[in-house]
Ligand binder design. Structure first.
Ligand SMILES: [Mg+2]
Length: 354
């Protein structure tokens, strides 16, 4: 059966919340960031984007591009509370919700609580509900899988909806520039260009093994994505109990420097698990960039983790799964957690039988 996936993405979320809180800022270039030379932009209003300001840009650079920009310090408690409201809207339609950050989520609406006739109808209803509840706009992408839904939500931004129906997948993908594929950063893009590849249709000329030869494991994924195939499920149970530990670095560090502190965190976490006598099946890595973007990667084993070495190996393998373009960032925090404890599984199964 074809799945119906929606990717919902709030428009310039932190900046839009600030504009809502202080309407005198409307129409002005507003930047959410600590106003210091060392900090980076957390979010830029659409007016600020006209000057080239972008999230993750250094404030030092932004000051040159747009000296008149207005700086508002981030208020994450407020963003979290609005994010909870947005989630409450999702919950009116489905319980298969996978949040990616405070302002983005995947929803599986193959079946929806309101029996709306199409995923497009669900996406429009959700956008209208979010607007009436929070006064903020969201963009949405509707597609048969997560990969396409995520691209689609960006297609008509801001305050837009774009639908890629199963019949249109190949027509949509063929002319798509390769940099639109999530996970394709500067390095991969340069390699594509060297190989004479510019759009997804160029990818179709290469076999699975040729792509793996050029791009490693990512090559296999590229082979599938070029054909519109992405079987990743919407993972909605990430909020289940998790035992975790994290650390904020004294100074932001590069991706290459994360490995050592991550191993220390694994050792510490293993001690906690031993103490609580809890051994879970899922390991989740969490990283926070210096622009406060949170990245998580999870891996679930069929049996609970049985040793500290096992946990360390899992943590390091999750680090390898971080997308190339994210690796260019500086990082301020790393964390590691374990969830899906076997007794929980059983409890969950019993619940679903009722
Ligand atoms: Mg957003």
């Amino acid at each position: 059966m074809t799945r119906k996936i929606i990717h919902v993405d709030m428009d310039a979320f932190y900046a839009s919340v600030e504009l809502r809180e202080n309407p005198s800022l409307l129409g002005k270039p507003v930047v959410v960031a600590w106003d210091s030379g060392r900090s980076v932009i957390c979010a830029a209003s659409y007016e600020a984007r006209k000057y080239g300001l972008r999230s993750a840009m250094s404030v030092a650079k932004a000051r040159i591009l747009c000296p008149q920009a207005i700086y508002v310090p981030p208020n994450f408690d407020l963003y979290r509370s609005v994010s909870r409201q947005v989630r409450s809207v999702f919950e009116r339609y489905t319980n298969m919700i996978e949040p990616l950050s405070l302002d983005e989520a995947y929803l599986d609406v193959t079946v929806n609580f309101k029996n709306l006739p199409s995923a497009t109808a669900v996406a429009n209803a959700i956008r209208a509900d979010i607007l009436s509840l929070t006064g903020l706009t969201a963009s949405a992408g509707v597609a048969p899988n997560k990969f396409l839904a995520k691209i689609a939500s960006d297609w008509r931004k801001p305050n837009g909806l774009f639908v890629i129906s199963p019949a249109k997948v190949q027509d949509f993908l063929a002319p798509l520039p390769l940099q639109k594929i999530p996970g394709v950063g500067k390095v991969t893009l340069a390699k594509f260009h060297q190989l004479g590849m510019f759009t997804v249709s160029d990818l179709l000329r290469f076999s699975d093994s040729e792509l793996v030869f050029h791009f490693g494991k990512f090559g296999h994924r590229l082979y599938q994505l070029a054909r519109g195939v992405d079987e990743r499920p919407v993972e909605s149970n990430q909020v289940a109990q998790q035992i975790s530990t994290e650390t904020t670095f004294d100074e932001d560090i590069s991706f290459a420097q994360i490995e050592m502190p991550l191993m220390t965190l694994c050792t510490k976490l293993w001690g906690q698990l031993l103490k609580k006598n809890k051994f879970g099946c899922t390991v989740t890595l969490k990283l926070k960039t210096n622009s406060f973007r949170i990245i998580t990667r999870s891996k679930t084993f069929s049996v609970p983790l049985h040793s500290q070495t096992h946990l360390v190996q899992a943590g390091l393998s999750l680090l390898e799964r971080v997308d190339e373009d994210i690796k260019d960032n500086q990082f301020r925090l790393a964390g590691i957690g374990v969830s899906h404890f076997p007794e929980e599984h059983q409890a969950g199964q019993q619940l679903s039988l009722l």
